[in-house]
Design a protein around this ligand. Structure first.
Ligand code: HEM
Length: 425
């Protein structure tokens, strides 16, 4: 897969998505692409094209026979079999069936009391101090708490070590590599461009998956656990339409994907909601005094500040895109975050507006669209709801308390790294 497939095209914007200028100015770049009348981009370093308009993204996602997930959602061409976002029907249909058995609204709703208790305990730890970095305290911790619970991982290892700490590092390392051109990741790791601690975290996380799989098998065999104990036991006990079960490699792939998909994205959403509500005039008080506005606050934040900038599809046959002939097996990035700022779909798209019609805002692409639409979307929304309700109840006169820092370690995800806040006791 090393031959060059793309080149600069007349009318296409040249963008280096894995670069500082993009990270600093991505919304302006998207605005410019929409205004140009040719909402497509080309990346020379990444050797890929990108699509910004809502309509074109939807169009691609409806052409299931042309645009495939099989080479994975990242820039590199996945060679080993992937899971979910990296497989196409009919394999995908089977995997979704297994995931859906554990991703029901009932399962999610049953987690509400635990989530509420967790958020309260986290706040208790710092309440008397009157200030905290809310990103560290809750935005990172709550999604990890939830996904650990779903997967059946214990937070602390046998030596009392906190697995949240190194799984976080592993996630940053793996997501950080998503826009690195094929073949360059190994060189980056060797040259020390990715901190060794994060690479070690990736290894430790893989070891955790293997161990958890072994323990799950043993406990199922001894009868200590039933099939519905956690996601991994469900994977082990749910046969496909042909009577076969998921391979160990697939189950480990599921653990890796869900840990990442379920945490880093939701983390960004949670901090963004607080940031928006505290910085848009009157928004905090408006939603606090009318909790019925929580859903629109969540959706409008997802639209305007989408955590995932874009993910890739690969065409199975040569196609035309924006008037350009595209070779078979070309990586094309679907820019969810840009589609959500498309003036053809959202009036005054750069404005955070709690008076928008909820059903129209929900046309946003922050969770993707179609076959691979995010299975965790209801859970992410629930986490946002619990998080906001408890914070409204507990933290009086919440306000920013210092500089908000952006996280630039994972270009495919854009969000906050530090959110200092203070409250009255
Ligand atoms: C705000 C939080 C989240 C955002 C912005 C988000 C975003 C996305 C996006 C854009 C996709 C589509 C990928 C594609 O089409 O290539 C996706 C897929 C997926 N997400 Fe999420 N996600 C979030 C939270 C979660 C959570 C909490 C979970 C689970 C615990 C989860 C599990 C999944 C799964 C399983 C898929 C794959 C669906 C499939 O291929 O059938 N996500 N997510």
């Amino acid at each position: 897969m090393s031959d060059r497939r793309t080149q600069p095209q007349k009318g296409f914007t040249e963008v280096e998505f894995n670069s500082e200028p993009f990270l600093t100015d991505f919304k302006k770049i998207y605005e410019g692409m929409h205004a140009s009348g040719c909402p497509f981009a080309h990346s020379k370093t990444g050797d890929h094209y990108a699509v910004a308009s809502h309509a074109d993204i939807m169009d691609i996602l409806k052409q299931y026979d042309v645009w495939k997930a099989k080479y994975g959602p990242a820039l590199n061409y996945l060679e080993s079999p992937g899971v979910l976002v990296s497989v196409d029907p009919p394999e995908h249909t089977f995997e979704v069936r297994i995931v859906s058995s554990a991703f029901s609204q009932e399962v999610f709703d049953a987690m509400i009391p635990d989530m509420e208790a967790f958020v309260n305990e986290q706040i208790d730890k710092v309440y008397d101090a009157g200030e905290a970095d809310l990103h560290e305290l809750l935005s990172i911790e709550l999604p990890l708490f939830v996904i650990f619970k779903l997967l059946g991982f214990d937070r602390y290892d046998e030596d009392g070590g906190d697995r949240f700490l190194w799984t976080r590092d592993g996630i940053i390392a793996s997501v950080g590599l998503m826009l690195v051109p094929p073949g360059e990741a190994a060189a980056m790791i060797e040259s020390g461009n990715i901190e060794q601690v994060r690479i070690q975290a990736l290894t430790r996380t893989s070891e955790l998956f293997v161990k958890h799989l072994t323990v799950s098998k043993e406990k199922l065999a001894s009868g200590e656990w039933q099939g519905d104990e956690n996601l991994v036991t469900r994977f082990l006990t749910t046969p496909g339409p042909d009577g076969n079960y998921l391979s160990d490699d697939k189950i480990i792939g599921f653990m890796g994907f869900l840990l990442t998909a379920g945490s880093a994205t939701t983390t960004i959403m949670l901090s963004n909601i607080i940031y928006r509500l505290l910085t848009e005039e009157g928004a905090w008080e408006k939603v606090k005094s009318d909790r019925g506005l929580i859903p629109i606050a969540i959706e409008e934040t997802l639209r305007l500040d989408s955590p995932v900038q874009g993910l890739f599809r690969t065409n199975d046959v040569p196609v035309e895109l924006g008037g350009v002939q595209v070779d078979k097996d070309t990586k094309v990035m679907l820019l969810w975050a840009a589609g959500n700022l498309d003036p053809e779909v959202f009036d005054d798209p750069m404005k955070f507006d709690l008076d928008r019609d909820l059903s129209k805002v929900k046309r946003h692409l922050a969770f993707g669209y179609g076959t691979h639409f995010c299975r965790g979307a209801p859970l992410a929304r629930l986490e946002g709801d619990v998080f906001l309700r408890v914070i409204f109840d507990r933290l009086k006169n919440l306000r920013l308390n210092g500089e908000v820092e952006m996280d630039k370690r994972m270009p495919v995800l854009q969000g906050i790294r530090k959110l200092p806040v203070a409250w009255d006791q």
